[in-house]
Design a binder for this molecule. Structure first.
Ligand SMILES: Cc1ncc(COP(=O)(O)O)c(C=O)c1O
Length: 302
């Protein structure tokens, strides 16, 4: 593989020494500031396969919420590769307010056309997709979060010789494509732990549609719901950055990391365990989160 992603140990912390746990983080976030972490790999085959089919007027259509990392990544790919992109955005109220949202401003700047739809229309994505397929028959329609079978194949590339020597592989979970790929392609003796940031009872079932292995556990890390930011987690993220010089985002990786430390404290991982966390990026979301926190006079993410 062309990209060499560093694996960085979390240095000696008292809690890790006392429990004899070794904790490492794989910096997929360093791939690219916008197309970072798992997004890069989930889009890899989706977009390359589409371009190989040599569409006459390439168009990529996808779905996302107001602060979506996936929307940010797809718009950036479109900009870099000179491909037209269309983002279907959840929430028609955003049509008047998109200028207050750094993710949507950046997507527009990348040349993405935005179509705002009501939450109800958005929920009925099959109908919407069918309509888009008829309207734009040559387009590539990528599901929300980029999750599909091509994405799962792409995630395989997050695993290599360097990741084989770990007992636990940890990732944040949204739509489930990333954990499905890790589960599908990791070593037999490895356990995958998914930190679910969305409260969604159908998630496990959807992951099992994408992986044939039951080698993963899902752990709740929603901290009050998807996209909810709590002050304790902000303190954790800021502390982590100061100590380890590694930025975390408040929707996925910050929650995963805080939860891992809580689980180490609660002896979830047996003594002697070697744990690898995937830093799946999402740092573009910090600006939007800070704009929101500032309005509420709360502490910001540094
Ligand atoms: C930063 C970050 N981490 C984790 C995830 C979860 O990935 P998935 O939707 O494949 O479960 C996402 C969503 O793509 C994300 O943006």
């Amino acid at each position: 593989m062309l990209l060499q992603i560093p694996i960085k140990p979390i240095p000696i912390l008292e809690i890790l020494v006392n429990k004899n746990i070794r904790l490492f983080i794989k910096r997929e976030d360093l791939i690219h500031p916008q197309i970072s972490g798992n997004k890069y790999w989930k889009l890899f085959y989706n977009i390359n396969n589409y371009l190989e089919s040599q569409p006459e007027k390439p168009l990529i259509i996808t779905f996302g919420g107001a602060y979506s990392n996936h929307i940010s990544s797809v718009s950036t790919v479109g900009n870099l590769a000179g491909i037209q992109t269309l983002g279907i955005i959840r929430g028609e109220e955003l049509e008047k307010k998109w200028k207050d949202n750094p993710t949507l401003v950046a997507a527009k700047r990348n040349g993405m056309n935005l179509k705002f739809v009501s939450r109800e229309e958005y929920r009925n994505k099959e109908k919407l997709t069918e309509f888009l397929r008829q309207e734009f028959p040559d387009s590539l329609i990528i599901p929300e979060g980029g999750t599909n079978e091509n994405a799962v194949q792409g995630i395989k590339m997050m695993l290599n010789n360097d990741t084989k020597d770990f007992d636990y592989l940890c990732t944040a979970v949204g739509t489930g494509g990333t954990i499905a790929g890790i589960s599908m392609f990791c070593e037999e003796n490895q356990t995958v732990v998914g930190f679910n940031v969305v409260e969604d009872s159908s998630l496990e079932h959807r992951i099992l549609e994408l992986t044939s292995r039951r080698n993963f556990h899902l752990t709740d890390a929603a901290f009050g719901g998807y996209g909810k930011i709590n002050d304790e987690n902000i303190r954790f993220i800021n502390d982590f950055k100061t100590k380890h010089k590694i930025p975390l985002d408040p929707v996925y990786t910050g929650k995963m990391m805080q939860k891992i430390f809580e689980m180490i404290d609660a002896d979830y991982f047996p003594e002697g365990s070697k744990i690898l966390c995937f830093h799946t990026g999402g740092l573009q979301g910090i600006e939007g989160a800070n704009a929101f926190l500032e309005k509420q006079n709360r502490n910001l993410i540094i």
